[in-house]
Design a protein around this ligand. Structure first.
Ligand SMILES: Cc1cc2nc3c(=O)[nH]c(=O)nc-3n(C[C@H](O)[C@H](O)[C@H](O)COP(=O)(O)OP(=O)(O)OC[C@H]3O[C@@H](n4cnc5c(N)ncnc54)[C@H](O)[C@@H]3O)c2cc1C
Length: 219
């Protein structure tokens, strides 16, 4: 199994860096091939020009940074995204990575969702929040339900591109030092059973008509 970790945090001494390092260590220990795209470390340009968002007919026109990232995505069976939650989303550098790397003709198009071009691959979000617990993202939570916050990433980017999406690994970073260390152990455990982790259930395109779920369909 080939695993790509797309990592978006500006500091190499951050807690996210520790989670990324623990995950990669566990993957390497079990003999999995792992590559990391360290977006800040690479000084990745997240600002898409329109020409980046569609694969050109002449592949020689593809910018070198996008060629390299798309090669890594094609190589990977499994892609993990490690980042801190910023404004209930990710740091902008990761959004820009999707804008530029997941171009039409590469990640999607003509096929979408369960027919997307990255079909056969799996993806997982692994991220930290502020605070000591995730209650604000639970039922009646101040910040709205977590699965609604994550719908853009999980359904509209990853599943849109054909990937199966694994349940996210979410760490409230304001817990105690001991609990944060325990999460580093847990992320390693996850890496040991990555291919067996449960996937999120999304409807196939065939369950929709005119962009609406067919009445006959119940999840
Ligand atoms: C622009 C912005 C927007 C934000 N928006 C949101 C939001 O919408 N929702 C939300 O919930 N939060 C939000 N936050 C908070 C943010 O999610 C957290 O600050 C972030 O998740 C913490 O992760 P970190 O890697 O930056 O942690 P760090 O700040 O690096 O570390 C967190 C704690 O872990 C400790 N630590 C570091 N390394 C280790 C280690 N190896 N073992 C144990 N402990 C360690 C540090 O000493 C520190 O006490 C936002 C923050 C910013 C800057």
């Amino acid at each position: 199994m080939n695993v790509l970790m797309v990592y978006a945090h500006p500091s190499p001494t951050s807690y996210n860096a520790a989670l990324k390092n623990a995950a990669v260590e566990a993957l390497v220990e079990r003999g999995v091939s792992a590559k990391v795209s360290d977006l800040y470390g690479m000084n990745f340009n997240p600002v898409a020009q329109l020409s980046d968002t569609v694969v050109p007919k002449n592949l020689e026109e593809v910018p070198e940074d996008l060629r390299i990232e798309r090669e890594k995505v094609s190589w990977a069976d499994f892609i993990i995204f490690q980042f801190p939650m910023w404004w209930t989303s990710s740091p902008a550098i990761l959004k820009g990575w999707f804008d530029r790397v997941f171009a039409a003709g590469f990640a999607y198009g003509p096929g979408l969702y369960n027919h997307g071009n990255l079909k056969g691959k799996k993806a997982m979000l692994s991220f930290t929040t502020g605070g000591r617990h995730l209650g604000s993202y639970g039922p009646n939570g101040l910040k709205g339900k977590m699965d609604e916050r994550l719908f853009n990433f999980q359904h509209e980017i990853l599943y849109f591109s054909g990937m199966e999406v694994i349940e996210p690994f979410i760490v409230p970073s304001g817990v105690s030092e001991d609990e944060r260390k325990e999460f580093l152990v847990q992320v390693k455990e996850r890496m040991r059973v990555l291919e067996k982790l449960p996937t999120l259930k999304f409807h196939p395109l065939e369950d929709y008509e005119g962009g609406q779920l067919k009445e006959s369909v119940v999840l």
